[in-house]
Design a protein around this ligand. Structure first.
Ligand code: ATP
Length: 243
């Protein structure tokens, strides 16, 4: 069924021990869309991604991906079905080199449901996307800056040839030159048909790369619209964003 969204999340709730962090999160992403998940610190952006990935032990709600209900799947099955996640805290292997980190993420080629080939990333293509990584192929993860580690985390997740990537605040706390490469990378993924859910606090960065936005506050989706609609809506921006 090609009219079904790639990812459909309905009524997500999640808890940290007894404290409820998500109350009602519903969103949809169609194939090829880049969608922003916006909101201030603590609004629940990271928790939404972790809940989609089944990384929250106490959670409720429905997650459908590529036409299947994945709500009860374990995290590794969700990841290997083609849903990539790049967490905020860069998860690279610090004792491995850049090249070794990439090879650890390698998964096989995928096809779309209609049988056409889905995006497939070679190490060479990833080095074209992130030229800095090519220059430091033999460097250990532990010897990279935070921004470089962030790029490597993204590149490693692309080695899994995902249909959709959840990107948690890739522009946060990294140098402007790396933010620029992140924006370029996101547009390149979009051009290849990869969908993205981008957690972001910075409206300017989201406007550069996103088609639409959902705005979260206190674990509830408070607003959804196109980037142009959000930009024009001063009361929503004032209420829920830091701009
Ligand atoms: P940030 O931009 O800071 O990552 P966010 O929008 O991603 O913000 P979350 O990290 O999802 O927000 O946090 C949502 C709520 O859950 C906040 O109230 C936060 O304090 C709480 N929370 C997050 N992580 C934990 C944790 N490990 N234990 C307990 N509470 C947590």
């Amino acid at each position: 069924n090609t009219s079904e969204p790639l990812l459909e999340v309905k009524g997500l709730q999640a808890w940290y021990a007894a404290a409820q962090a998500l109350f009602d999160v519903s969103l949809q992403i169609r194939q090829g869309e880049v969608v922003a998940l916006m909101g201030r610190n603590g609004a629940g952006k990271s928790t939404t991604m972790k809940t989609i990935m089944a990384m929250m032990s106490r959670r409720a709600g429905q997650v459908r991906f590529m036409g299947q209900d994945i709500s009860a799947w374990p995290t590794h099955d969700i990841a290997s079905s083609g849903l990539g996640f790049v967490p905020e805290d860069r998860r690279i292997f610090t004792a491995l080199t850049v090249s070794e980190n990439l090879l650890v993420g390698r998964q096989g080629a995928r096809a779309w449901p209609d049988g056409t080939p889905a995006p497939y990333w070679t190490v060479e293509q990833l080095f074209e996307l992130f030229p800095n990584l090519r220059d430091m192929q033999q460097r250990l993860g532990s010897q990279m800056s935070g921004g470089e580690q962030q790029m490597l985390t993204v590149a490693r997740s692309l080695m899994g040839n995902p249909y959709l990537v959840l990107l948690d605040e890739p522009s946060e706390g990294v140098a402007p030159v790396i933010v620029e490469q992140m924006a370029h990378m996101i547009l390149e993924l979009k051009a290849r048909g990869v969908s993205i859910l981008l957690s972001e606090q910075n409206l300017h960065f989201a406007e550069l790369v996103c088609d639409r936005a959902y705005v979260l506050e206190k674990g509830v989706i408070q607003y959804e619209g196109t980037m142009a609609e959000l930009d024009a809506n001063e009361s929503v921006r004032r209420a829920y964003l830091s701009v």
